[in-house]
Each structure stands twice: as C-alpha cells, then as structure tokens.
Design a protein around this ligand. Structure first.
Ligand code: 3HC
Length: 308
C-alpha cells in the first residue's frame, strides 16, 4: 500500500540512490522535477538565440565552426532534458506550449542581449562556467534520467567554457580596443551570471524541499559562492576586473566576500520584463509555428507506415 511505497521512496532518497521513472513517487516530487527539468531544457533551447546571433559574423572560419558546434550542443542538451522530462509523463509539445505561453520559465541569463563579439567569449567563460558549477552536482540528483543526462551535458559544457576563456584570452593579447571590448562585455554579464543560481536561499521557495528530496545537492548561495571563488583567479589570469567593488578574499572564511546582485532586476527578468524576453519568446513561437508542417508530415508518415 501507499505507506510502504512511500517508505521505499524515502529510503531510496535517504541513501542518495536514484528514483527511476517506474518507481512510486509523491506527486509533488514528480511535479517539481518536471518543473526544474523542463525549465532547464527551455534554457538550453532559448540559449541558442543570443549565442547564434554571432554565427554569421564570427571573425574567422575557426571561430564560426566553434560557435556552430556549441549552439548545436545546446540543442542536443535541450533534447536530452526534454526526453528526461517525458519519462515523467509529460509531452515535449505540452512543455513547448507552456514555455511559449509563459507558464514555464527559462534561465534569466538569456534575456540579456549579445551586443559585441566578445559576448560570445564571455557567455562561454561566465555563463557556461556558472552552468558547470550548477550542473556538476546535478549529476547526482535523485531523479535517475535527469542525473544521467547531466553526465553527458557536463562533458560538453567543459568544452563550451574552455573555448570561451580561450577566445577572451586571445582578444586580451590583441589591441586596446579588443581589451576594452572584453572588459565592457564582462561588466555587462557578471551580475546576470550570478543571478543564474537563483534567489538567495532565504528567498527561495523550492530549495529546502529540493534539498530534502536530493533534487538539489547544494543550495543557490553555495553554488553562487563556488562560482565566485572559481572565477576570481581566472579573471586575474585574463587581466579583466570583475565589476564588484565589494569583492575581496576573506582569509577567515577561505573564500571571497562579494556584493549582492540586483534582486529587483532579477524579479523583473524572471517575470518577463527583461531586455529580451519578448523577442526570445516571439522567436521561439515563430520557430514552433514554422515547424508545424514538419511535425504533421512526420506524424502522417508514421501513421501511413503503421497501416502498411
Ligand atoms: N532564471 C529563471 N528563473 C529562475 C532562475 C533563473 N536564473 N532562478 C530561479 N528561478 C525561478 C525558479 O524557477 C522558481 O520559479 P518556479 O517555481 O516558477 O519554477 C523561482 O525563481 C524561485 O527560485 P527557486 O530557487 O525556489 O527555484 P529552484 O529551486 O528551481 O532553483 C535553479 C532555481 C537554481 C535555476 C534550479 O531550478 C536549477 O538548478 N535548475 C537547473 C539548472 C538550470 O536550469 N540551468 C540553466 C542554466 S542555462 C544553461 O544551462 C545553458 C548553458 O548551456 C549555457
């Protein structure tokens, strides 16, 4: 009966083991995993827009090939994550409609415009860097298909981060104008990158439950701190400054103190009022509508095949 099933579920969570699609799970667990995995998938797909913006204008064939590969990887990450989500009984079509209708979110970071080519490097270095900080612990998330999708995604994410860092390092060895372009880009993306980790723990309605169920292995603030501590030495090596006057090493804590992101701006962005929200969703809606005939043709073909 249900109490025995619940006991099995709780024992599995307790020993940090995996919950699999056919296992019994509390409805609220299923719901919050669908919410997080779907929004993670949406982030990957929407993220193709700001990055893709520079494919036709990359400064060399090598940079164009790298950026193409990265944007294609993001589409693949979206696919893995939608597939992981479908194991919980929800269809990709439903999820796409919830994204387009604003009923589900995607990462705030992709509502900022990519105004210069240096942004391609900064997104790789800071945004994929933040994604790595957040996604490595998710390899051990309690929902099986989600954790396994993360293992493959994290391998590709490391390439994304490294190519971004290398791009910026190359520009920093260039002209003064290139160095200024990099610094201006870092100034624009630093705080939005820290917002990717979510609101402060004491303002995060989902964190406590997600930690109790092993969906999250670290809290928002833990991972944000990890990102700051990982990035400061890299910024020094690059020769860029991070735009936070309160950033300093704290010997006692053995980590960096830093200022606070603008949480009003964050709330604006996640409620749809960021710089690019409207255009991102309009673009996604158009792609979905333009692709309808392909889906219909594939379904018709599959149905014909079933009759034959
Ligand atoms: N952008 C948009 N919405 C956000 C957000 C962000 N950066 N941070 C938090 N939110 C939303 C939450 O979704 C939640 O709203 P909801 O209840 O409607 O879903 C609300 O703000 C409160 O936040 P919580 O901290 O309570 O929510 P979570 O416990 O879900 O934590 C999270 C938020 C840390 C983003 C967590 O969901 C998570 O770790 N998700 C998986 C990682 C992810 O989505 N990464 C996307 C990064 S982009 C990317 O990976 C592409 C890369 O390849 C470049």
């Amino acid at each position: 009966d249900e109490s025995e099933l619940r006991a099995v579920f709780e024992a599995t969570i307790e020993r940090h083991d995996r919950i699999e699609p056919r296992d019994w799970m509390p409805e609220a667990y299923r719901k919050t995993v669908i919410r997080q995995v779907a929004q993670h998938a949406h982030s990957e797909i929407i993220g193709m827009q700001p990055e893709g913006n520079w494919i036709t204008r990359a400064p060399s064939l090598r940079r164009k090939a790298i950026l193409l590969a990265k944007v294609q990887d993001e589409a693949g990450h979206g696919l893995y994550l939608y597939s992981a989500c479908e194991t919980l009984g929800v269809s990709r079509l439903e999820l796409t409609e919830m994204l387009i209708n604003g009923k589900q979110k995607y990462s705030s970071i992709f509502n900022y415009p990519t105004l210069s080519y240096a942004d391609v490097g900064t997104i790789g270095w800071l945004v994929d860097g933040a994604a790595i900080c957040n996604q490595v612990p998710l390899c051990r998330t309690s929902y099986g298909p989600y954790g396994r999708s993360m293992i493959r995604i994290c391998k590709e994410e490391s390439f994304h981060q490294r190519q971004g860092y290398e791009l910026l390092a190359t520009m920093m060895r260039g002209t003064d104008e290139q160095r200024e372009m990099v610094q201006e880009s870092v100034n624009r993306f630093w705080w939005p990158a820290l917002m990717m980790f979510g609101p402060p723990d004491d303002d995060s309605p989902n964190t406590a439950q997600s930690m109790a169920w092993g969906i999250k292995r670290n809290t928002n603030d833990d991972l944000r701190q990890r990102m700051v501590d990982m990035t400061v030495p890299q910024a020094k090596a690059l020769g860029v400054t991070l735009p936070d006057p309160e950033l300093r090493w704290n010997e006692e804590r053995q980590s960096h103190d830093f200022g606070s992101p603008d949480w009003d701006e964050f709330k604006d962005v996640i409620t749809g009022n960021g710089p690019c929200n409207t255009q991102r969703i309009a673009h996604r809606r158009r792609a979905h509508e333009d692709g309808a005939w392909v889906r219909e043709a594939a379904m018709a073909f599959a149905a014909r095949g079933a009759e034959a």
